[in-house]
Design a protein around this ligand. Structure first.
Ligand SMILES: [Zn+2]
Length: 326
């Protein structure tokens, strides 16, 4: 039924597409190796102009070929804006295929949420299809990417997917954003909210003003455990407060399902339980391993998050280190 439905949509879309768009769609499909990494994922409408492909919540793997983030796109009256085109050239090409199924307008602007490669290495596919595309990021994201992070992520993705991402080349963002900057693209305005240090030192959250949507990047997770090794609990909690103060209706997290502001409230709660409890118990001279059962009990409602058992110990150690350095 689903297949017949999507076949019907494809037929309709193809009949509406212009010839150059059909050629581009064909080349994007041919470029990907075998089945597209996104074939089994639907495009979800978030608001009038905003769409997202919700990736699986696991870690990069042979099975998901590196596709495990939430690439979003916004269709303006003349063009397409992409936020976080994924971890590889193939993920980016698969995203373009999804976009082409909705519109033949060109991708003119790309925004990268932070330096972790699962979100931005797909820039390669955007520039391959649209050589003049403008790519934006936090200034520190561009610095860190150019100072070794990009190469480490290229290698990490290649290892974790056993080579599925190997064709990917680094395409750095071209333009550094400023905090609070509003970029007007056709009938859409993208407002950037930059953090000093939250999930990393390189994060930007993007507010789509006309649609009342916030794309958080990895400042917010849902259904999957975060990594805070390069970040700060205090800063990440602050980023959630920034989001909560905005006039928004929908939130697209870095990983996991879309929701309303409860996405931010829930993740803030998650961070506060770990940080506040670690801090209190560290003051009582308790060691990380002794805190673990107490904190795990308080995190009952997050117990089903992907990789809970694998990540919780490290998250507590990071919290203790941060609390001690305060
Ligand atoms: Zn990240």
């Amino acid at each position: 039924m689903k297949f017949i439905h999507s076949l019907f949509i494809t037929v309709i879309t193809l009949s509406l597409m212009t010839v150059p768009a059909m050629l581009l769609a064909k080349s994007a499909a041919e470029n990907s190796t075998g089945n597209s990494v996104m074939d089994n994922f639907d495009v979800t409408k978030v608001a009038e102009h905003t769409w997202v492909v919700l990736g699986p919540t696991g870690q990069p793997s042979v099975k998901n070929k590196g596709f495990m983030n939430n690439p979003a796109f916004i269709i303006t009256d003349k063009s397409v804006i992409v936020i976080d085109p994924g971890s590889s050239v193939n993920v980016g090409r698969a995203l373009l295929k999804k976009i082409r199924a909705k519109t033949d307008k060109p991708v003119t602007h790309v925004f990268n949420s932070h330096v972790h490669g699962d979100h931005w290495l797909g820039n390669h596919a955007m520039q391959e299809a649209y050589p003049n595309v403008e790519i934006y990021a936090h200034p520190e994201m561009i610095n860190e990417a150019k100072n070794g992070e990009a190469e480490s992520w290229i290698n990490l993705m290649k290892t974790l997917t056993e080579g599925a991402t190997k064709e990917t080349k680094i395409v750095y963002p071209s333009t550094a954003l400023k905090n609070g900057e509003e970029i007007k693209i056709d009938n859409i305005t993208i407002k950037s909210h930059l953090n000093v240090k939250a999930h990393t030192k390189t994060d930007a959250m993007f507010e789509i003003l006309e649609d009342k949507v916030l794309v958080t990047g990895d400042n917010a997770f849902r259904a999957r455990m975060p990594r805070l090794d390069d970040g700060s609990y205090v800063g990440n909690i602050k980023a959630m407060d920034v989001g909560l103060a905005l006039d928004i209706k929908k939130v697209i997290p870095g990983h996991g399902p879309v929701g309303g502001k409860e996405v931010l409230t829930e993740f803030k709660d998650f961070l506060k339980i770990i940080y506040d409890t670690s801090k209190t118990l560290a003051d009582e001279d308790m060691e990380s391993f002794e805190m673990k059962p107490i904190i795990v009990k308080k995190l009952e409602k997050f117990k089903d998050w992907d990789n809970f058992d694998g990540a919780i110990g490290k998250l507590i150690s990071v919290a203790v280190l941060e609390a001690e350095s305060e």
